[in-house]
Ligand binder design. Sequence first.
Ligand code: HEC
Length: 115
Amino acid sequence: MKKMIRLGLAALWLASAWAQAQPSGNQAPDVGAGQKRAAVCFACHNADGISKIPGTPHLAGQERSYLENALRAYRDGQTRQNPTMNPMAKPLSDRDIVNIAAYYSSLARSGQGQK
Ligand code: HEC
């Protein structure tokens, strides 16, 4: 019984350590709001995150933290410079970025059997 409690506490500790290590901290992402905010992105990346335009990457099923970092980097324009994506990312708030990343990350990568 004592062992169970200790195990439970360890799991709780791990869960909170993991939560703190996430890039978006305690902000729970809102996938629905992300989908709405991402409407301007659909022209190129599509609503399903699988782009039909050559040179435009698929976003569906990509790691959330990776998408957040990519969007911050485009917004800042220091480490990622691209004439299309820099102006697209400029007006996004931190919250928009968290939500949009959660939205695209939640989508299935077609044909890869993941998610
Ligand atoms: C006019 C077309 C267009 C629109 C609109 C657009 N993008 Fe992009 N996006 C691109 C292209 C082209 C690239 C590749 C740029 C590069 O080579 O760095 C890209 C790259 C990205 C990447 C990096 C992907 C990776 O694997 O590193 C992310 C994330 C992204 N776009 C998100 C968005 C979001 C979110 C929006 C809406 C706010 C948006 N894009 C709107 C064309 C577009």
